[in-house]
Ligand binder design. Structure first.
Ligand SMILES: C[S@@+](CC[C@H](N)C(=O)[O-])C[C@H]1O[C@@H](n2cnc3c(N)ncnc32)[C@H](O)[C@@H]1O
Length: 196
């Protein structure tokens, strides 16, 4: 996908102004970016009308920025993360759209958030226990499109990684529409698209 120089400028501003630039740059590892590019290309097939999108575990806002630069029709994106350091960085990463009223970043626990999404994206499933995941899912509006990513990467902060795509699918609790795997250098990323 193409990244335009205006967005690139805000990416650099966001990294430069963040409290821990090296940590912010973790969001730009090849596997992270490739996984998000894969998601964006898939969503271009699934979203046909301008949508209200919520990104859970939205981190520093890179996925939102990639979506804004794609062909996905977007009414508004809200990025929700429990880490208060993420909010200002995500806002700078998506400054142009924030000024236009099309982007906001919220510091909140996704499990207790009150969703109004047409499309709910959670690429941080490996960071949630099954109980947290089920609680998060229960607050989403019925019939909303749900986009999930997880992986098989066994590191301490991944409290619920999966040995296989089928294991991930069995725990996701949504009406399955599409699923796939992406091999990255360090792990396999799984993606599922479905309806609540
Ligand atoms: C390492 S990051 C993102 C990892 C994922 N592979 C991705 O690229 O989206 C995981 C994020 O989930 C957030 N997070 C974890 N638990 C959360 C919760 N209960 N509510 C909201 N955000 C949460 C963390 O603060 C962190 O920013």
């Amino acid at each position: 996908m193409n990244i335009d120089t205006e967005h690139l400028h805000y990416w650099m501003m966001a990294i430069r102004n963040s409290s821990d630039p090296m940590r912010t740059m973790d969001a730009f590892y090849r596997g992270q970016i490739k996984s998000k590019e894969w998601l964006v290309h898939r969503l271009e097939h699934w979203i046909k009308e301008p949508a209200e999108i919520e990104i859970y575990g939205g981190w520093v806002g890179v996925l939102a920025s990639l979506l804004f630069q794609s062909r996905v029709p977007i009414k508004k994106i809200t990025s929700i993360d429990i880490d208060k350091e993420c909010e200002a960085t995500a806002l700078m990463m998506n400054k142009q759209e924030e000024i236009e009223g099309r982007f906001s970043a919220v510091t909140a626990d996704m499990c207790t958030y009150n969703s109004t999404a047409d499309v709910a994206i959670n690429t941080s499933c490996e960071h949630l226990t099954q109980q947290q995941y089920d609680q998060w899912l229960s607050q989403l509006p019925k019939d909303c499109l749900v986009v999930l990513q997880s992986n098989n990467y066994d590191i301490p902060e991944h409290v619920r990684w999966h040995k296989s795509f089928d294991e991930f699918k069995d725990t996701c609790g949504i009406h399955f529409l599409w699923g796939g795997e992406l091999q990255t250098q360090l792990y396999t990323r799984y993606m599922i698209i479905g309806r609540k």
